[in-house]
Write a protein that binds this ligand. Structure first.
Ligand code: COA
Length: 219
């Protein structure tokens, strides 16, 4: 990859099915047999928390090889004060283009736009390996947790301004945008619109289980 071999541009309605298919290719069998992320993208675009200004694709040779989306979410402190932030994801790159810097380019491009829009904090739930090099830190470092003082290992925070978070305890209040993805029948029905693909087990599913069930107990 070099700076001239790709284009980053907003997603358009003509891209929708291609982007859903690329998400399916990227996430297939990654965290469970099959995947739901193509359905997630499909319903996310219609949700009130979706942020169209941060919906970008990356193209190489006229082909879309990566995509990133964001939605609105909030932090709430112990006194009920609320701060608007963004949640990043899904982020995906076609398997044959992964680990070449395209995901990094998509993130850096959209972080800049998010900052210009006035946001100073990005959160996502994911494998830390993919994000620490982008400046993400554990939620524990910024005192950001779920209700019940839970600091998941996979809850990652990227500040777009050094003074974004002042050390007070914040509770992360995600959007309910992904709630329909629990409906396995709806996911299956949507998946049937795509070319057949074999579901199966791979080690990344255990890795996902470990990351998504781990919490950080101490600083
Ligand atoms: C995760 C994903 C979006 C990253 O995009 P990418 O284009 O492959 O990643 P990049 O080449 O831009 O690398 C991003 C960072 O990942 C890390 N990384 C790269 N290769 C890695 C490897 N083999 N193991 C661990 N970390 C690695 C590096 O920290 C890299 O940062 P650096 O360039 O500063 O070193 C992409 O691999 C993907 O679509 N994976 C499947 C779907 C997925 O897991 N999405 C994220 C959900 S949490």
């Amino acid at each position: 990859m070099n700076n001239n071999d790709y284009i980053i541009r907003p997603e358009t309605p003509n891209d929708y099915r291609e982007v859903e298919n690329l998400a399916r290719e990227a996430f297939w069998n990654l965290s469970k047999p099959g995947c739901f992320e193509h359905y997630f993208i499909h319903i996310m675009r219609e949700h009130e928390d979706f942020i169209p200004q941060l919906d970008y694709v990356i193209e190489v040779g006229g082909k879309i090889i990566g995509s990133v989306m964001y939605c609105k979410s909030m932090l709430r402190d112990e006194h009920g004060n609320v701060k608007d932030i963004v949640t990043m994801g899904p982020l995906c790159v076609l398997p044959e283009y992964q680990r070449k810097g395209y995901g990094k380019a998509l993130l850096e491009h959209t972080f800049k736009i998010a900052a210009e829009m006035g946001y100073d904090t990005v959160i996502n739930f994911g494998n830390p390996d993919n994000y620490v090099a982008r400046g993400y830190k554990s939620c524990r470092r910024y005192n950001v947790c779920f209700e019940g003082d839970l600091y998941p290992a996979a809850l990652l925070v990227k500040v777009l301004r050094e003074d974004a978070l002042d050390g007070r305890k914040w509770f992360y209040c995600p959007s309910d945008v992904d709630a329909p993805c629990d409906d396995e029948e709806a996911v299956e029905k949507f998946d049937a619109l795509f070319p057949p693909k074999v579901k199966g087990w791979q080690p990344s599913q255990e890795e996902f289980y470990i990351h998504s069930h781990s919490v950080i107990n101490r600083e």
